[in-house]
Design a binder for this molecule. Structure first.
Ligand code: TRP
Length: 451
C-alpha cells in the first residue's frame, strides 16, 4: 500500500499545498483582530519571535514525523513508536481541528454573507456600513444559514473528491487575493486619518506587553501555520524523499507571514480612518473593509463592488482549502482507524461542527450571556484551541522528535541522508530548538497562563 502512496511533484507543489492549508482566515481575519486586541506593533514583534522559536521547530518536527512514517498522525505513532501511549496524541490531533472547524465555519459564513453584501456597500450610508456587522452577527437566522452554507461546501468538497480541483483553483485565486489586498491597503492608506494606523503597526509600545500578549502571539503562530494537529505532518507524509524539509517549511512560513502582515496593513490604517476601536474584536475586518469599499464607491460604484466581490470570493477560496484540511484529519481517522465509510465520517463531522458552530454563532446574539471562564462560547473555543490544544499538540510533537526518535533518524530525515549542505549546517540549532527551546517556551507560556 505504502509504495503507491501519492507524492507531491515538486518543492513548489509542496509549498503551495502547505501554504493552502496555512493561508486562510487565520491571516486575513484572525491576525488583524489579534494585532488590534493586543496592542499593535509590539504584538507583531512577539508574533514573529514566537513563529521562529516556537512554531518553526514544530513545523520541522511534524515534517520529520510525517515523511519518516509516510502516514497520518495515528499511523505515524503506530509505526515510529508501536505499542506506546503516543497513540493518544492521535486523539488530540483529531479533536482540535474538528472544534476549530466549527467556529471557523461561522467566520467562513460571514464571508459568504459579505460576498452577497458586496453589491450594497457602495450605496449605503457610512453609518449603515460600519453598523451592519454588529446587527448581522447578533441576529439568529442569517449567520446560521451562512455557516450552514459554508460547512456544506466543505463537506461537499471532501466528499466529492474534488479537493484536487479546489487546490488547483486556489493557485489562481491566491495571487488575485494578494493583488486585491495590496489595492485595499494602498487605498486605505490614502484615507484621512490612516497615518495613525501605520504608526500603530510599526511603532512598538512594549509597556503594554503582558503574559497574555505572549500567549496570544503563540496561539496565533500555531493557528496560522496549521500546527499542533498533524495537518502539516500529514502533508509531509506526501513529500518525496528528495524534498527539502527546511526549505519547504521556511517557504510556507514566509508566504504565511507575508499574507498576515499585508492584511494588517489593509485593515489597521482603515480602522483608524473609520474611527473604529482597534480592539473591536473578531469582527474588525468585517467592519473595516466595507468602510473602504463604501469610500471607493464614491469614486466608482462598479469598481468598488467588483473589488469587494472578488475579495470575499478569494477569501472564501482560501478559507475553504484550510477548512478542508481540518475536516480531512477527522475523516482520515474515522475511515482508517475506525473502519467507517467515508460518507458516514463526513456526515458525523459535519453534524458535530454544525451544532457547535450554531452555538458559536448564537454566542454573539441570544447566547451572549453564556460565559465559560469569562468568555462567550465562540471566544472560549477559539482560545481553548489556539492557546492550549494546538501548543499542547506541538509540545508533544517536539518531545517525540527530540527525545523519542533516534537523533540519527531525525538527522537523516532533516538532511535527506546528509546530502543537503545547508540543512546539515543548521541541524544542531534546529535540534536544540526542538529539544529544549520550543518545549520550554511552550511550558513557560502555559505556566504564565495558569498563574
Ligand atoms: N491555518 C489556517 C488559517 O490560517 C487554519 C487551519 C487549517 C488550521 N488547518 C488547521 C489551524 C489546523 C489549526 C490547525 O486559516
Amino acid at each position: 500500500m505504502e509504495k503507491n502512496r501519492e507524492t507531491f511533484g515538486s518543492r513548489f507543489a509542496v509549498i503551495m499545498a502547505m501554504a493552502g492549508s496555512a493561508i486562510g482566515l487565520g491571516n486575513i481575519w484572525r491576525f488583524p483582530y489579534m494585532v488590534g486586541e493586543y496592542g499593535g506593533a509590539a504584538f507583531i514583534i512577539v508574533y514573529i519571535v514566537a513563529s521562529l522559536v516556537l512554531a518553526m521547530p514544530i513545523f520541522f518536527a511534524e515534517s520529520v514525523i510525517g515523511r519518516r512514517s509516510g502516514s497520518g498522525t495515528f499511523g505515524a505513532m503506530e509505526k515510529l513508536a508501536p505499542g506506546t501511549r503516543w497513540k493518544w496524541l492521535g486523539f488530540l490531533t483529531v479533536l482540535s481541528p474538528i472544534i476549530i472547524l466549527s467556529y471557523y465555519s461561522v467566520v467562513g459564513g460571514w464571508s459568504v454573507e459579505y460576498l452577497f453584501k458586496s453589491f450594497e456597500f457602495a450605496g449605503m450610508t457610512e453609518g449603515d456600513v460600519t453598523g451592519f456587522f454588529g446587527k448581522f452577527i447578533s441576529s439568529v437566522q442569517m449567520p446560521i444559514l451562512a455557516h450552514t452554507a459554508f460547512l456544506l461546501l466543505v463537506a461537499g468538497v471532501v466528499l466529492g473528491g474534488v479537493r484536487k480541483g479546489i487546490e488547483q483553483f486556489t493557485k489562481i485565486t491566491m495571487p488575485i487575493l494578494f493583488v486585491l489586498i495590496v489595492i485595499i491597503a494602498v487605498y486605505g492608506l490614502s484615507l484621512p486619518g490612516s497615518g495613525k494606523g501605520v504608526e500603530y503597526l510599526v511603532r512598538p509600545d512594549f509597556s503594554k506587553l503582558t503574559p497574555s500578549t505572549v500567549t496570544a502571539a503563540m496561539g496565533q503562530a500555531f493557528f496560522s501555520l496549521s500546527l499542533g494537529v498533524g495537518t502539516i505532518l500529514t502533508y509531509a507524509s506526501y513529500m518525496k524523499k528528495d524534498e527539502n524539509i527546511l526549505a519547504s517549511g521556511l517557504g510556507t512560513a514566509f508566504f504565511d507571514l507575508f499574507f498576515a502582515i499585508l492584511a494588517g496593513f489593509a485593515v489597521m490604517p482603515a480602522v483608524f480612518a473609520a474611527g473604529i476601536a482597534p480592539g473591536a474584536g473578531p469582527g474588525i475586518v468585517f467592519e473595516t473593509l466595507p468602510f473602504i469599499f463604501n469610500k471607493m464607491g464614491a469614486a466608482s460604484q462598479l469598481l468598488s463592488t467588483g473589488i469587494s466581490f472578488l475579495f470575499f470570493f478569494t477569501i472564501l477560496a482560501a478559507a475553504l482549502t484550510s477548512a478542508i484540511s481540518m475536516m480531512e484529519v477527522g475523516v482520515a481517522y474515522l475511515t482508517e482507524e475506525k473502519g467507517m465509510r467515508r460518507r458516514t465520517a463526513v456526515l458525523l463531522i459535519t453534524l458535530f461542527a454544525w451544532v457547535v458552530g450554531i452555538l458559536c454563532s448564537l454566542s454573539f446574539g441570544p447566547l451572549s450571556g453564556v460565559r465559560i471562564l469569562g468568555d462567550g462560547i465562540f471566544d472560549f473555543l477559539d482560545k481553548l484551541c489556539s492557546n492550549w490544544l494546538l501548543p499542547l499538540g506541538g509540545l508533544l510533537f517536539t518531545i517525540f522528535v527530540g527525545w523519542k526518535m533516534k537523533p540519527s533518524d531525525v538527522y537523516d530525515e532533516f538532511t535527506n541522508g546528509g546530502t543537503l549542505k545547508a540543512n546539515r549546517a543548521v541541524f544542531k540549532t534546529v535540534l536544540l530548538l526542538i529539544r529544549f527551546v520550543a518545549p520550554a517556551g511552550i511550558i513557560a507560556v502555559f505556566i504564565s497562563l495558569l498563574i
